[in-house]
Design a protein around this ligand. Structure first.
Ligand code: HEC
Length: 204
């Protein structure tokens, strides 16, 4: 018994010394150009998926998908997400190309993730990946509108996206940048204009 304790103690001390050496001698390469070994990536992906699904299980999903809500979600996506999550049929931005882990294709993730899971990820982010948490700066209804938009991505062509993008660009012209925490109440006129432009009838 005593031997086991002594052996365990020595092993733990050695592991501690080794760990501190890695930390203090700068042995670990933090470069984003360094790819994780396959096993590490698998562990991180499984950990994320299980963490998200268990935390999302108790989230109540509101009614989603009316056109106005999807439009609002699109405008947020365009402003906040498109730089990393490439829109349909577009090419990756330099930011997207430089991220590690790679940015997932949201159209594909939207097929596999529930609304509650998408909401949880958008609100909380994923630490140490570059995926930001939008909860500190956005109210839940705004985040749900992004979920509603993301759920339309699997059926959206590059042309559909471009039409929405152009009308948003027009509607944006005179709002003059740097708007803080306005919830769109003052910008109603613009929003309706953008919605009218998008008459490409989605039914299939
Ligand atoms: C700065 C880059 C960046 C921005 C901006 C960004 N993301 Fe991400 N996002 C990432 C990265 C990187 C991952 C991959 C995380 C991983 O592999 O664990 C990711 C993952 C995700 C996932 C998938 C999570 C999963 O469990 O598979 C969703 C959904 C997502 N982002 C939605 C969004 C939405 C919606 C926005 C805008 C509101 C957004 N992201 C903005 C970088 C970004």
């Amino acid at each position: 018994m005593k031997n086991i304790i002594v052996t365990l103690g020595t092993a733990l001390t050695l592991a501690g010394v080794l760990g501190l050496t890695v930390v203090y001698a700068g042995l670990f390469n933090v470069s984003a150009l360094w790819e994780d070994p396959v096993l590490v990536r698998w562990i991180l992906n499984e950990t994320r998926e299980n963490s998200v699904s268990s935390r999302a299980a108790s989230i109540e999903v509101p009614a989603l998908g009316d056109m106005e809500q999807v439009e609002e979600g699109f405008r947020s996506f365009r402003e906040m997400c498109a730089i990393c999550h490439t829109p349909p049929e577009a090419s990756d931005s330099p930011t997207a190309q430089g991220l590690n882990p790679e940015v997932p294709d949201l159209a594909k993730r939207a097929l596999h993730m529930s609304e509650a899971e998408l909401f949880w990820v958008i609100k909380n982010g994923v630490r140490m990946t570059g995926m930001p948490a939008w909860g500190p700066t956005h109210k839940d209804p705004e985040l749900w509108s992004i979920v509603a938009f993301v759920k339309t991505l699997p059926d959206m062509s590059g042309a559909d996206y471009k039409i929405m993008d152009q009308s948003a660009a027009l509607g944006h012209g005179h709002s003059g940048g740097g708007h803080g925490d306005d919830n769109g109440e003052s910008g109603d006129g613009d929003n309706e204009k953008a919605a009218e432009h998008n008459d490409d009838g989605h039914g299939h």
